[in-house]
Design a protein around this ligand. Structure first.
Ligand SMILES: [Zn+2]
Length: 477
């Protein structure tokens, strides 16, 4: 238990920041920004060049140049501040799923984003990140902890957290769980389910565990709300479940309603990205998301990078991550449509309120299994395709109930052939026990392009209507 005390102390400090005024929090932000810029200029050859005209003691944020993902990846080895880090080595390291949870060079957690814009970003973070992330989620984003006293009580009465993720990859959310500080085990009892197939097993495990907090992607939560409504999943009625947390994906209003209706408890949203997992924490009262302004700067901008005022959706955001010193994300472009709230959060938090993040999550598809319908999570495809380094943009289309066409373009600078891709898909389907059910056609299409407006390509589309929901509810397993 003693190893938990430093973590507990750090966590309480993160909570204490919230007793400050917004002005005081902005001062913390300013101080950390100056430290980050000074460090990047000194230790990253890329930034030494880009920021050579910047005086680290005297500059405004808008004086700093912006950075794109393509830029960052192209200059990766010069971008990072530790000269031992090389992109080629890191890519090799994350090829082996068995290494998830191992520290690279004894101190770094490595992850990659999934390439919705045709290119994956590789992200390196050091050990202190995992503690910070834990502290922020526990003390800023949890409805279970309202006072430090209650937090201390956790030492004697652990809460149960169930997390459902999908696939074997080094996805940011999987990395956050795999590298969680061991000391946290004293405070939280965890069940981490990494396989969504078969869904009946997930349901059974959750029924047995009876979590206080359930953490999953928006569309997994949607799948589970179907199960709860069909009375196969039983989490709400036994009464242990107190909070549901969405992670990694935008939570559309329809899904929010379905989840609230099925479970009838607090649902908190989260806006984060692989490049900054600690970006926000869901408002415990459900008003949106609180931007962790002491650890990150989020500029909502239009296409020309002019600021867009709160209350209006931007076209992009510029992210500055204030806690990652090894890979400095400074005014890093992300094509997310974000609306900041013009007013402070009604819950009283001094942190800026993110009112909404637009976007639709990848949709769950329904297939037929004998006489019954069942759900298949889109990440089954995403996971399989993201593991093939030669694949850039891709789109999976459900053309008939159990028939799918997979179109893929080569990643920048790579060659993609149909046969190895077919083999990778066949292996993946076998892993998810779907070989007998799905019929896949594979097309290599170098012309596959993202939507010019959003810069993204919908990864999963369906030409097949959902089965009638009442029928599906009765029949799905
Ligand atoms: Zn709030």
């Amino acid at each position: 238990m003693w190893s938990t005390l430093p973590l507990l102390w750090k966590s309480l400090q993160q909570r204490a920041v919230l007793w400050n005024s917004p002005q005081r929090i902005r001062a913390i932000q300013e101080r950390r920004l100056r430290a980050l810029v000074a460090r990047a200029r000194k230790h990253s050859p890329y930034y030494a060049e880009r920021l050579r005209h910047i005086d680290p003691r005297r500059f405004a944020l808008r004086d700093l140049p912006t950075v794109t993902k393509a830029d960052m990846m192209r200059h990766f080895d010069r971008f990072v501040t530790d000269r031992r880090l090389k992109l080629a080595d890191l890519e090799r390291f994350i090829q082996d799923p068995a290494r998830l949870g191992q520290w690279y060079l004894g101190r770094y957690a490595v992850s990659h984003t999934s390439g919705t814009q045709g290119q994956k970003a590789v992200i390196v973070q050091d050990r202190s990140m995992t503690e910070l992330l834990f502290a922020l989620q526990m003390l800023r984003g949890s409805v279970l902890t309202v006072s430090p006293l209650e937090f201390l009580q956790r030492l004697f009465q652990r809460n149960r957290l169930a997390a459902v993720t999908i696939g074997q990859g080094f996805y940011p959310s999987a990395v956050a769980l795999a590298y969680a500080p061991p000391a946290a085990d004293v405070l939280v009892q965890r069940l981490w389910i990494k396989r969504i197939e078969p869904l009946s097993e997930v349901v059974e495990k959750l029924n047995r565990f009876q979590p206080h907090v359930l953490l999953a992607y928006a569309n997994v939560l949607e799948m589970l709300s179907h199960e709860e409504q069909a009375d196969r999943l039983r989490l709400a009625r036994p009464g242990a479940l107190r909070q549901i947390m969405n992670m990694s994906e935008p939570l559309p209003t329809g899904a929010q309603e379905a989840i609230r209706k099925a479970f009838g408890i607090a649902l908190t949203d989260n806006y984060g990205m692989g490049e900054c997992l600690a970006l926000s924490a869901g408002c415990p009262q459900g008003h949106g998301m609180h931007l962790n302004a002491d650890w990150a700067i989020l500029e909502v901008v239009d296409r020309q990078h002019h600021p867009v005022p709160p209350g209006q959706p931007g076209e992009k955001v510029l992210l500055t991550n204030l806690y990652n010193a090894v890979q400095p994300f400074i005014r890093y472009e992300v094509t997310d449509v974000v609306t900041m709230s013009p007013a402070p959060c009604p819950c009283g938090s001094p942190l800026p309120l993110i009112a909404s993040v637009a976007g639709r999550t990848d949709e769950v598809v329904w297939i037929q299994d004998g006489e019954q319908y069942r759900q298949v999570h889109p990440y089954v495809f995403v996971d399989i395709l993201d593991r093939v380094p030669e694949v850039g943009l891709y789109q999976v289309r459900q053309v008939e109930r159990n028939r799918f066409v997979v179109q893929a373009a080569p990643a920048p600078g790579r060659t993609l052939l149909r046969e190895p891709l077919e083999r990778a898909l066949a292996r993946g389907l076998e892993e998810f026990e779907l070989t007998e059910l799905l019929d896949l056609e594979v097309v290599v299409n170098a012309d596959l392009a993202p939507d010019p407006k959003s810069g993204k390509l919908k990864r999963i589309v369906s030409d097949v209507a959902r089965p009638d929901m009442d029928e599906a509810r009765l029949a799905a397993r």
